[in-house]
Every structure is written in C-alpha cells, then in structure tokens.
Design a protein around this ligand. Structure first.
Ligand SMILES: [Zn+2]
Length: 377
C-alpha cells in the first residue's frame, strides 16, 4: 500500500489548536501535503478527528517468560487501542534489557520505546523490591545499555516507593539520577508510598525529568495534609520537571488531580500505566484515561496535546516526527471520535464520575499500514 487518504474528518493541529476540515495523505509511509495520483487506500473518517498518532508514555509491555503475567503485548494496548507509540516504563533493568528487541520490538506493529530500570525487575527470586539492595541497582550496566540500545532507550526509570526501593530508598533514586545524567536522558520518577519521602525525591529532579503517578491519592503525595501543594512539587515544576499522569491500578485520584490543577499545577502528559492488573478495570485504555480528563473539563485539544506533542518532546522523539503531522517527517495518525453516550469513569481510589460522551479511537495509521480497531475500547 503506497498511498493512503484519510477523508471526511477534522485534522487537529496540536501546535495551533486549530481544527481543519481536510484530508490527511500519506505516501510511502510519510505524511505528505498532497498525493501524486490517486490513493491506493481511502479511509472514510467522516465525523471523526485525525490527530498525530497517540503516544502512551507509561505502559508495561515487556512480555517475556521472565516477567510472568504482569505485562501486556504492546499491540493489545497500542495499535489494538488506537495508540501508535507505547513507552515501556522500566519493566526491565540491566540484566534483562537485551531480550527486549527480540521479544518486543521484533514482534509488535506498535512503535515501542523504553525506559530502563535502575533496579532489576523480572529477576527470579527477588525479595524486598527490585531496587532494594545496592547489588540490584547496576549503574554501570544501565549506562552501558544505552551504547547497545540508544535508538529505543529513552531514559532511566526508578520506582521511589517502599515496595520497590525498600530501605535502600533515596540511594536508589540517586543512582538512577546519576545514570540519567551520564547518558544525558530524562529520569522518570515513580512516586508512591513513603519512604522515601516525596519531598526528598522531587528535590533530585532536574529540568526535563518526568514525575509519574503524580496525582495519586495515597498519603504523602503532592498535596499536603491541608490540601496545599507541597513546596518541593512547586519547585520541581518551576525547574521544568514534566508532570505525567500514570493512571495504573492505584495511582490516579480525580480529587487530587482537580485540586492540583486548581492550584495552578500542570499536567503535561496523560499516560495509562497499563499492565495486566488494570487493563480490564481502572485504567482500561489510554482513550479511557483521556476521557477522564474530559470529564474534569479539559478541552479536547488540550487532552490530545497531552498524548501527542507533549510526550514526544519529553522523550525527544518529536525529531522523528512523532507527536505531529509534519509533511515529510511524520508517519503515524490516530483517527477517533467523541461518541455520545453516558459512561461512568472510575479512578484508582474508588471515586467515579459520569460523562455523556467518550473518546473512541477507530484506527491508527502506521506508515504504510492502517489498523482499524476490531472492537471499541
Ligand atoms: Zn508503571
């Protein structure tokens, strides 16, 4: 299939926020201004929107026998749910990362990038957390992995919570920050249950680093006891730290997110943190997570920016045309609509909201190929 025309839809320009009633054309796998001749395939997208291919900045897709049943095949939550790019957020550390190309990249149509974990998740017999002991945090191994896999490794991940870093806590975060500095990539910081304290770990973040699960509802998060944003979070945002949602099974609270936004805090990226434990309930899909922000009153274009240009910039894949529909550069597009229908949305704390429409992806263009959704998500 050489030439694709997607017709009848409104194209979302994520830079200007404009909606343009026009067709989108791709030739030889790239977006072009116009087709030379007729299309080999026409996709009728009447009544829909066309956006740059959606990017899910936080997922778990390292589906390998070492990792048991926790992760998902990238295509299930990628092209299977209208998402062009999924980023594996540290399912693997230095001991296992070399299996990633063969088990994930070579087998999936979805474009996959990854953060490498400073710890060693997936190793058999791990007790006390995958980054809970110095010998599990391989600074040298993580840095050297970028020499072999620099084309798809986009940063370093650390899970700063008691269940993952145990009593090694802050030291694991410092090692991860050091690794990120040495390879000149962002650090993605998971915030969860203390220790370590969120104030201490946020202080380590620099401009361009990413905090994920930012608006979880656990005690000791970005809202203090009196529901005021803690100084360490305000300072991190002022330094240029990127704020990611990372819904997950237990990491998104409508109330905390609303309160933080009302107090002037940003939300830069919307991600799902999808894995086996939340794909059937709670997170469900990136589209469902996006719909939650619509239910909170965020305009559609602003929601779309948070799954396109913003995550693309955060991991420096915008230079390859991801996150935009730039002629001669971009290769992916998501077709979706806002469908009328009452839907009840559940966060990770048991709170729910009801909205009368929801984001429904219909398909995704990946270069020369179009992947229509087989069932709604
Ligand atoms: Zn995660």
């Amino acid at each position: 299939m050489g030439k694709i025309a997607v017709t009848g839809a409104r194209v979302i320009d994520v830079t200007t926020g404009e909606l343009q009633a026009r067709s989108l054309y791709l030739a030889d796998g790239q977006v072009v201004e116009a087709l030379d001749g007729v299309a080999d395939r026409e996709v009728d997208a009447s009544g829909c929107f066309i956006a740059p291919g959606f990017i899910d900045l936080h997922t778990h897709v390292f589906n390998h026998e070492l990792f048991g049943k926790g992760r998902l095949p990238a295509d299930r939550i990628g092209v299977g749910q209208g998402v062009a790019v999924v980023v594996d957020a540290g399912s693997s550390g230095a001991p296992t990362i070399d299996a990633f190309p063969e088990t994930v990249l070579a087998t999936q149509a979805t474009r996959v990038f990854a953060f490498i974990n400073i710890g060693s998740p997936g190793l058999p017999g791990l007790g006390g957390g995958h980054a809970s002991r110095p010998e599990l945090c391989d600074l040298e191994g993580v840095v050297e992995a970028f020499d072999r896999h620099g084309d798809w490794l986009v940063g370093v991940k650390v899970l700063a919570s008691q269940s993952h870093t145990g009593s090694f806590g802050l030291e694991a975060v410092k090692l991860a920050r050091k690794a990120a500095e040495l390879v000149n990539k962002p650090l993605m910081l998971h915030v969860g249950n203390a220790p370590p304290l969120i104030d201490d770990v946020l202080d380590l973040l620099r401009q361009g680093d990413i905090v994920t699960h930012t608006y979880h509802g656990k005690v000791g998060g970005v809202l203090g006891y009196l529901d005021r944003i803690i100084p360490a979070f305000k300072e991190a945002v002022a330094r240029g730290v990127i704020v990611d949602l990372g819904h997950g099974r237990s990491s998104f609270s409508f109330r905390v997110c609303e309160e933080a936004l009302a107090q002037g805090m940003p939300l830069d990226c919307i991600s799902s943190d999808l894995h086996q434990g939340n794909v059937d309930r709670y997170a469900v899909s990136l589209a469902r997570t996006m719909t939650k922000l619509r239910a909170m009153g965020m305009p559609l274009v602003d929601v779309v920016r948070r799954v396109t240009c913003n995550p693309a910039r955060a991991i420096d894949i915008d230079r390859h045309g991801f996150g935009s529909l730039t002629a001669g550069k971009s290769t992916t597009a998501t077709i979706f609509r806002e469908r009328e229908g009452e839907i009840r949305l559940e966060d990770a704390t048991g709170e729910s909201r009801t909205i009368d429409r929801f984001i429904e992806p219909l398909g995704v263009v990946m270069g020369d190929d179009y992947y229509p959704l087989s069932e709604p998500v």
